[in-house]
Each structure stands twice: as structure tokens, then as C-alpha cells.
Design a protein around this ligand. Structure first.
Ligand SMILES: [Zn+2]
Length: 96
């Protein structure tokens, strides 16, 4: 995906093979940057982590890094352990 709409804001999703961190969320510029070459599990964890940062910013939650990490990793684990859950969510969203 090249963009994600998060709480009404269109975030650009870019990959940077040279970045040192796994991910970064620039909430002001609406850009989520992901490190290139991560494993599937780490990519999922990092993407949901950075989305959580964006939600934190847009909803003015003032979450700590520890809280973002816990929510991000927890949700990523649920998605990773239940691949059919995504299909189920899709049917709910599409009203099927
Ligand atoms: Zn973080």
C-alpha cells in the first residue's frame, strides 16, 4: 500500500532501506517510513506500531512509547496468529 487513511488524514507509506530504526511516523507531514528488508512478522509489528503513533497523535492521547509498543505488538500478534480475522473484519466493513 502506498497510502493509508488514518483518522481522516492520508498518510504516505514509504520504505527506506538505509534507515536505522524499523519504522518512523511523521505525524505532522503524514508520512510513515518503514525499514526495508524486515521479516513479515517484524514488518507487521512495525506497521501497526507506526499506525498506533499516528492514531495517538490524531486523537491527542499522549501515549508513552511503552504504551504504543504494547498496543502495536499486541494487535500485531492477534493479526499474525489469526490470519482469517482480517477476512472477517473485511466482511464486517463491506457489510457482507
Ligand atoms: Zn515508536
Amino acid at each position: 500500500m502506498k497510502t493509508l487513511k488514518i483518522i481522516g488524514k492520508r498518510f504516505k507509506i514509504v520504505t527506506d532501506a538505509k534507515m536505522e530504526d524499523h519504522g518512523q511516523c511523521d505525524s505532522a507531514k503524514h508520512v510513515i517510513t518503514l525499514q526495508g528488508g524486515m521479516t513479515k512478522a517484524l514488518l507487521l509489528d512495525t506497521l501497526i506500531h507506526e499506525i498506533t503513533h499516528a492514531v495517538d497523535y490524531e486523537m491527542n492521547l499522549d501515549m508513552t512509547e511503552r504504551q504504543v509498543h504494547g498496543v502495536g505488538s499486541g494487535l500485531a500478534a492477534v493479526f499474525f496468529d489469526n490470519p482469517k480475522f482480517i477476512d472477517y473484519l473485511y466482511t464486517i466493513i463491506k457489510g457482507e
